[in-house]
Design a protein around this ligand. Structure first.
Ligand SMILES: Cc1cc2nc3c(=O)[nH]c(=O)nc-3n(C[C@H](O)[C@H](O)[C@H](O)COP(=O)(O)O)c2cc1C
Length: 69
């Protein structure tokens, strides 16, 4: 298995940004909107997603919804 070692933290942040940017672009294409959120309840989000908060944890949230009008 490929491991990035200590650089993993940097790559995770870069990837999360890329994914979210693509979500913004995809939303535009289907008449929806999204909003990047970093200030969320860590324990609650991890619980909601069924992840342990140790090996896996939430790092970013972006809800998607239809744009009115
Ligand atoms: C990485 C990142 C994290 C963000 N986290 C939050 C957040 O936790 N709370 C918040 O109100 N806005 C957050 N924002 C900003 C919102 O996504 C949004 O850009 C801002 O609310 C302005 O929205 P508007 O242009 O529709 O008014 C974040 C933006 C980025 C890029």
């Amino acid at each position: 298995m490929l491991s990035y070692g200590p650089a993993s933290y940097k790559v995770i942040a870069l990837d999360a940004g890329h994914v979210c940017e693509n979500l913004y672009l995809a939303c535009e294409g289907i008449g929806c909107g999204t909003c990047a959120i970093a200030a969320y309840d860590q324990e609650y989000m991890d619980l909601l997603l069924g992840i342990d908060g140790d090996e896996e944890f939430t790092i970013y949230i972006a809800p998607v919804g239809k744009v009115r009008g």
